[in-house]
Design a protein around this ligand. Structure first.
Ligand code: SF4
Ligand code: SF4
Length: 343
């Protein structure tokens, strides 16, 4: 890791250079409360001062909601052509918890199998992070995701009159040397950065007791009444999965054309919260009720992948809380496991 300083009067030229040279994806205002990450053609469209983005930026770029995987042709022999679409892209202004969400997807899409569609895009992605204000539902501090130690090329922290820049990769270093002059960080810059991080962390007001959850969850796992109470209002709509930066489940669809000779396979985001998810051949559903599905979702996010990767499959972004019409709140539920055990 190298540490640099980008003066504010050089910021615009730096960003303009990136926009000119790359497929540049950054945050822009969508309506009065939500921003969206989209390809931008000018710095005027960029607004890094955002509070909420509904769809996590890295997930939608690397693992799109709907993606063609292969085309095939059935003749004397079956011809299969993989479809992998990617281009050199800069993802600008993504915050630390969403970078950590992407780091989780990196592990998922490489641990048991290497997903080429994901990795072709990931290898061509340059990630430039920036801190953003947490919403009242954000509990990233409790999940240790308010700060990213990996998964980015550059990270710009706004110290007011200058940016404190962490340079994490050779690719990041190339950008530092390419467009404008960056200065080396001085002792004073480090001190100001340390104070800045203390102040930034103080903005996270939503706290969860995740460490107690890990073991306590097992104790209440079979407590049907508890899970019925937690899931009582769930509509089984799946919105919580769709907005989550770490949810990775997908379904593969086969589209055979009317000529019955050609076709394609596509994958689409799926949701463990909808009843059809557990439906198998013969009509059996191994997760027929909503309390069972919610319990499973929490186990997947807060236990299973911690055991497998040493990282929770929840970064505490709070999106699922904001998206849930039934007001089911993962942060409150984590804390109510602790309360239940202490009754
Ligand atoms: S928890 Fe909320 S968002 Fe998720 S499926 Fe139930 S109602 Fe929908
Ligand atoms: S489970 Fe909810 S809070 Fe956790 S990462 Fe997913 S959307 Fe964010």
């Amino acid at each position: 890791m190298q540490y640099k300083i980008l003066k504010k009067n050089k910021y615009q030229d730096f960003v303009k250079g990136l926009i000119e040279d790359y497929n540049f994806i950054g945050p822009t205002k969508k309506d009065k409360s939500v921003h969206d990450f989209v390809p931008l053609n000018s710095i005027e469209e960029l607004d890094t001062n955002y509070l909420k983005t509904t769809i996590p930026p890295a997930k939608k770029i690397l693992f799109p909601p709907n993606e063609k995987l292969i085309e095939y042709e059935i003749g004397d022999e079956i011809k299969v052509k993989p479809v992998i679409e990617s281009s050199e892209t800069v993802l600008f202004g993504i915050n630390a918890w969403d970078i950590n969400g992407m780091n989780f997807l990196d592990k998922f899409f490489s641990k048991d199998f290497v997903d080429e569609n994901y990795w072709d895009k990931r290898d061509k992605l340059t990630v430039i992070g920036m801190d953003t204000e947490p919403t009242e539902n954000n509990f990233a501090l409790s999940m240790d995701t308010e700060y990213a130690t990996d998964g980015f090329d550059l990270y710009l922290h706004d110290l007011g009159d200058r940016y404190f820049v962490r340079v994490n990769t050779p690719k990041g270093n190339e950008l530092v040397e390419k467009y404008v002059d960056f200065d080396d960080a001085s002792e004073n810059d480090f001190k100001d950065f340390d104070k800045y991080m203390d102040d930034y962390r103080a903005q996270f007001s939503n706290k969860v007791n995740i460490k107690s959850f890990y073991d306590n969850f097992e104790m209440i796992y079979n407590d049907e009444e508890f899970w019925k109470k937690i899931a009582k209002n769930c509509f089984s709509c799946g919105s919580c999965n769709l907005v989550c930066p770490t949810c990775f489940c997908f379904n593969v669809k086969d589209d055979l054309k009317l000529d019955l000779k050609t076709g394609e396979k596509t994958r689409e985001w799926d949701s463990c919260m909808i009843p059809e998810y557990g439906l198998v051949a013969g009509g059996h559903n191994f997760r027929p009720n909503k309390e069972n599905r919610l319990k499973q979702r929490y186990r997947c996010k807060l236990k299973t992948y911690f055991d497998k990767f040493g990282q929770y499959a929840c970064v505490g972004c709070g999106r699922c809380i904001e998206a849930c019409l039934a007001k089911i709140n993962i942060a409150e539920d984590i804390n109510s496991v602790k309360k239940e055990v202490n009754v």
